[in-house]
Ligand binder design. Sequence first.
Ligand code: GTP
Ligand code: MG
Length: 484
Amino acid sequence: MGMTDEVDTKSQPVQAEPKSFFIPFSLPSLKDKEVADMDCAEVPDEMESQKKRHLNVVFIGHVDAGKSTTGGQILFLSGQVDDRTIQKYEKEAKDKSRESWYMAYIMDTNEEERVKGKTVEVGRAQFETETTRFTILDAPGHKSYVPNMISGASQADIGVLVISARKGEFETGYERGGQTREHVQLAKTLGVSKLLVVVNKMDDHTVNWSKERYDEIESKIVPFLRSSGYNVKKDVQFLPISGLVGTNMKTRVDKNICPWWNGPCLFEALDSVEVPVRDPKGSYRMPIIDKFKDMGTVVMGKVESGSICEGDSLLVMPNKAPVKVLAVYCDEDKVRRAGPGENLRVRLSGIEEEDISSGFVLSSVVKPIPTVTEFTAQLQILELLENAIFTAGYKAVLHIHSVVEECEIVELLQQIDPKTKKPMKKKVLFVKNGAVVVCRIQVNSLICVEKFSDFPQLGRFTLRTEGKTIAVGKVTDLPSRSSA
Ligand code: GTP
Ligand code: MG
């Protein structure tokens, strides 16, 4: 079972990194001064509440659905890209015979992406609404880059599922083998708890803001979202937009264009999404997605639990390497403290950049993340490769938070009856598509995982073979000697 076509998951943000990050941090900002002599735990909570909440939004969906275009349009509408830059992109896109891609060029910043008109690496950008600071993660839709999409989705709190309403495009994206389904299932497994489904390209001449087309798409997707585990009433919201023209995005669509839409525009919908409150006092967990050298060792990742503060002593797991936090950067700003949900860069002392891999976890010393070479999991088999059977000895690539490792199913323990959700009595030797099964999974080197019931974000995973997601699962048990 070859795994060679797995694409490199190192998803370096394509959006130019905030330059202020490289400004030496010898000049503390006013905010630093105010709290300079306070202990991390004593930093008053009002400071937190004055701040806008922060949400990571991943844009997912089939290739060419308009994710980068919509992301680019958001940046344009929120005043971060001026007309001159847009004109420059229009010219560049035209020169590459990709006229209509100029908005996508805001997010697709490297040459390969611009020439081919396809996102490869996860683009990253920031914008703000009345209530919220957003980090946009623009995932690639092409099936070859699913590992990059997984890395983007694993950093996200909510998802914007972009669907093209253009004749034929919705159909292709939604078919078996299209990325609409795969992305939804992956997003759910990776902890993306809410979805905004934007039905895009409503301006296209095959659509023309047709209510029938919109309703058709909504009615086809709803049952699928339900079967993927989304509570459609509570966790999903649909809306029509044109990412290219910018319609129903910052302001509601004009009744002359779309008389039947009475719902919110995209910015309003994003503004009002509620996400579960996170516990800033939990044990610190930050899966590392990338690292580099810059006056010490800098690691990047999203805080899944707990808070971090300059001066903290932490461990880099699974190696149990003790480190000290020299500085914490959130977006462009150096901050003294950061809580769960934030995407950070953390400068560390006590460790060399070479000794860190993506998949490692920056972790609290008191209660470090468990490290294992084996765990028990409940899996749902999605779609096996043709002729493959799922049995002991099956090999796949495990994606759990930022870990990517080859793994082997060593034992099938029980099959779960999908109707009663109870284990079936019969001994299970192999299972087929659609089955839910409890099994033991082994990897070659130590990895950091949590039980799903303790830390959902660090206890859910996907299995892929030959570039296809074949199963999604959650960790149900760890060997007793696993805790670090
Ligand atoms: P990948 O990154 O390759 O997955 O694609 P993507 O989802 O980012 O799509 P992208 O934004 O690159 O757009 C693909 C094509 O669809 C481009 O030609 C866009 O101009 C076009 N497009 C995107 N949004 C709209 C829209 O609202 N209306 C119309 N008419 N075309 C659109
Ligand atoms: Mg794109």
